[in-house]
Design a protein around this ligand. Sequence first.
Ligand SMILES: Nc1ncnc2c1ncn2[C@@H]1O[C@H](COP(=O)(O)OP(=O)(O)OP(=O)(O)O)[C@@H](O)[C@H]1O
Ligand SMILES: [Mg+2]
Length: 273
Amino acid sequence: MNYVSEHPQDNTPGVNMNLSAQPIKMRGEKVSVFYGAKQALFGVDLDIPEKMVTALIGPSGCGKSTFLRSLNRMNDTIEGCRVEGKITLDNEDIYDPKIDVVELRARVGMVFQKPNPFPKSIFDNVAYGPRIHGLVKDRTDLEETVITSLKKASLYEEVKDRLHDAGTGLSGGQQQRLCIARAIAVSPEVILMDEPCSALDPIATAKIEELIDELRQNYTIAIVTHSMQQAARVSQKTAFFHLGNIVEEGETEAIFTAPKEKRTQDYITGRFG
Ligand SMILES: Nc1ncnc2c1ncn2[C@@H]1O[C@H](COP(=O)(O)OP(=O)(O)OP(=O)(O)O)[C@@H](O)[C@H]1O
Ligand SMILES: [Mg+2]
């Protein structure tokens, strides 16, 4: 199956496609992650190029979420989890004791599989981050930040008349865009998304994919997905994980049209996973 040619409008060659020319926003070097005695990642090296979408693919349990979480130290919140190796953001070691983890997570935001709006109004969901990080000087400033973030998440038009209604009252796809707006509101540099569309219908999924494509103008994105079509449609770089290692990584088009490794070929053609 050729995923890329099904979507000739995407991944247009020449448009911000030269991976090697792109600055590296985040870099993982020899990243190993342990949950207690169990090792989940085995010395993974991966560069996340700036202002591009990097897709992490691979069968269940291969370590995609583990790697993603190590990029903003979400693994720190898991009891017994230990990370070895080096991960940098703009060449700075994010595991350095000097790093303020709260600030790191504002710079490297996260959107989860299941939309998880706070039990608050739409407005307050988006206002939450700017408020706790002290990013706004007054109410007008806050309102502007909320509206801009909702617009960037392509949700504003659908919710502008009910900003003070509960965020949890939105549809699943709208809730996920609300979570993206909430992530954007603190002006992150990197957005991590762990299967952001797996709870959504095809129309809501298409909207999120379109949004991801727009967001890469301004943000660096890493996305975990089980959908090969989605990886081919939204990403410029793909890394194929298997059993805690990266088997192959590179330009998305190359991975999907001419994988070098048999395991990659077998996975993308649906022979296992
Ligand atoms: N909190 C945890 N405690 C113990 N083991 C864990 C924990 N989270 C993940 N693991 C283990 O680490 C390995 C990698 O899991 P991870 O969740 O990163 O995989 P994944 O590729 O995201 O899988 P999926 O596609 O199913 O989400 C698995 O063997 C898993 O059982
Ligand atoms: Mg996962």
